[in-house]
Design a protein around this ligand. Structure first.
Ligand code: NAD
Length: 490
């Protein structure tokens, strides 16, 4: 394996144009390595290989048990190499090493979860109004799937797609973000060690507008599963219309974390911080709007600020660090721009609001944990996804206002409710237009439970049984046991 190459039809290859892209460490802007910058020709080759592996070589016809065994071995490989893989992820993303390690173990669990699930029966039989016809459904793989993912959780986002897609018997072309391809390259090396047939799992590298678009538009791709921004999600959706391919879109969020006065106070503060500043706030489901009931507003804010000041920020590879730099100079500028927008709109910077400089922060893309107060629902910083360590606080009075404010964005990915009154918490959660909700916790992801958004946060679900279903077609089979002519035209 060469850290800089793509994997197409069982071979590690350079870009057909010979072009490469420098991959940076966001901690100090140093170059880690160069990787191939794929072209549309490379994408076409990967698609052709995946098509052959599915339609001619018969990967989709292999017994589920065999595919499951391969996935389990892949999971073992990931776990056996957790240190190397996690280190690479942290180098490339800046995130705390403990997070990268967690992502490796979690991804291995997801591989095993789908290895187990795919061997369980999923079809149905039907009692028809005709006793002579026996009807049933079976689940079959879709075919060639393009898997396009974002840079914030490169290992996890890839595995959320790779595991169910391969388990169900599809062949795949994975395209990681152009900024964070390193862990994907390493994972393909691990996967190939365990013996997947040629052409089943392909990896292409490069920009979304180029190679990503070729995948989404191709008449020879049967499904595209995408994680990224709403803007790119719309483009993917348009491109996918070419052959009416299946789509799954996991898009952005501006998720409310509602804190009622009767919540366990320390837990609510803790998850306010965790929900927002985990992974530098570069989390689609981040609790980036904390809605606090008016009677505890001042006390909550004081403790939140106190907690945010204590976050250890630095090189993700250093022991004890819990927050690293944001992913790139581009993203840093975008976040700083939002901070300026917030100030101009009249919100108050209660904490942070600047790029961190000096000493170990000098060369990297560090932004101080930032808390905005005195916000109004119409502000852009309240409505738009910032995707960095910036949280806006909103004050509310009572259940009704909490629900109204919580639902007042175009997003609908996640939401949290903190209250010791579980009837109230459940009542509120049921009114929230969001696909993932938590009561008295914020942020955990479970392989068994479906993940995905309402409204403009996406289409379809990943993880859980729904996550496997989304990589299958449903076939209806009707067997007539009373074999005789219909005599319709007689
Ligand atoms: P992005 O939309 O810029 O890119 C995501 C991926 O799509 C990249 O691989 C990119 O190269 C590719 N891409 C971009 N334009 C494309 C096009 N026209 N056709 C095909 N592919 C294209 O997003 P990003 O900046 O990498 O990631 C951040 C976004 O991802 C945030 O909005 C975040 O909320 C979202 N996200 C969502 C989830 C979720 O589960 N809902 C998880 C993680 C991240």
């Amino acid at each position: 394996m060469d850290l800089g190459k793509m994997f197409i039809d069982g071979e590690w290859v350079e870009s057909s144009s010979g072009e490469t892209r420098k991959i940076l460490n966001p901690y100090d802007a140093s170059v880690i390595c160069e990787v191939a910058e794929g072209t549309s020709q490379d994408a076409e080759k990967a698609i052709a290989a995946a098509r052959r592996a599915f339609y001619e070589d018969g990967w989709g016809d292999t017994p589920a048990y065999e595919r499951a065994e391969l996935l389990k071995k892949f999971a073992d490989e990931m776990e056996a190499n957790v240190a190397e893989l996690a280190r690479l992820e942290t180098l490339n993303t800046g995130k705390a090493l403990i997070e990268s390690e967690y992502d490796v173990y979690d991804s291995a669990n997801i591989l095993r979860y789908y290895a187990g699930l795919v061997t369980k029966p999923t079809g149905q039989t039907y009692d028809l109004n005709d006793p002579n016809v026996h009807a049933m459904t079976v689940r079959e793989p879709i075919g060639v799937c393009a898997l396009i993912v974002a840079w914030n959780f490169p290992i996890s986002l890839a595995i959320w797609k790779v595991a169910p897609a391969l388990a169900a018997g599809n062949t795949i072309i994975l395209k990681p973000s152009k900024t964070t391809p390193l862990s994907a390259i390493k994972m393909v090396e691990m996967r190939e060690k365990v013996g997947f047939p040629k052409g089943v799992g392909n990896l292409v590298l490069g920009a979304g507008a180029g190679i990503g678009n070729v995948l989404a538009e191709s008449m020879d791709v049967d499904k595209v599963a995408f994680t990224g921004s709403i803007k790119a999600g719309r483009e993917v959706m348009r491109a996918a219309a070419s052959n009416v391919k299946g789509i799954c879109l996991e898009l952005g969020g501006k998720s409310p974390n509602i804190i009622f006065a009767d919540a366990d106070f320390d837990t609510a503060v803790d998850y306010g911080l965790y929900g927002m500043f985990y992974n530098q706030g570069e989390v689609c489901s981040a609790g980036s709007r904390i809605l606090v009931e008016d009677t505890i507003y001042d006390k909550y804010l004081e403790k939140l600020i106190e907690g945010a000041k204590k976050i250890r920020i630095g090189n993700g590879l250093d022991e004890g660090v819990r927050m690293g730099p944001v992913i790139s100079e581009h993203q840093m500028k975008k976040v700083l721009e939002y901070i300026e927008i917030g100030k101009k709109e009249g919100a108050t910077v209660a904490l942070g609001g600047y790029r961190m400089t000096g000493q170990e922060y000098e060369k990297g893309y560090f932004i101080a944990p930032t808390i905005f107060t005195d916000t109004t629902p119409d502000m852009r910083i309240v409505q738009e996804e910032i995707f960095g360590p910036v949280v806006v606080i909103q004050k509310f009075h009572g259940e009704e206002e909490a629900i109204r404010l919580a639902n007042d964005t175009t997003y609908g990915l996640a939401a949290g409710v903190f209250s010791n009154d579980l009837s109230k918490a459940l009542r509120v959660v049921k009114k929230l237009r969001a696909g993932i909700t938590w009561i008295n916790t914020y942020g955990p992801v479970y392989p068994e439970a479906p993940w995905g958004g309402y409204k403009q946060s996406g289409i379809g679900r990943e993880l859980g049984i729904y996550g496997l279903d989304d990589y299958t077609e449903v076939k209806q089979i009707n067997i007539n046991t009373n074999v005789c002519p219909s005599e319709w035209f007689d």
